[in-house]
Design a protein around this ligand. Structure first.
Ligand SMILES: [Cu+2]
Length: 66
C-alpha cells in the first residue's frame, strides 16, 4: 500500500530528514520518500494514514492526505 501526504512548511534538508524519520517511526511503515520540491511524502507499508499525518504534524509541519 502506498500513501501520499501533502506536507507544507519544509524549507531545507533538515526538514526533509525530520519528516522522513517521523514517518519511518510510525508502526507499519516500510519506506518513506519525502520530497522538498514537491512538498509531499510517499509512504509504503501498512501504516494507518491518520497516524502518518499526525506524525508529520507533531514534527511541526502541516500535513494532509493527498
Ligand atoms: Cu529545514
Amino acid at each position: 500500500m502506498q500513501t501520499t501526504i501533502k506536507v507544507n512548511g519544509m524549507s531545507c534538508g533538515h526538514c526533509v530528514a525530520a519528516v522522513t524519520k517521523a514517518l519511518e517511526n510510525v508502526p507499519g511503515v516500510e519506506t518513506a520518500q519525502v520530497s522538498l520540491e514537491n512538498g509531499e511524502a510517499v509512504v509504503t507499508g501498512e501504516a494507518n494514514s491518520d497516524e502518518l499525518v499526525r506524525a508529520v504534524k507533531e514534527e511541526g509541519y502541516e500535513a494532509q492526505l493527498q
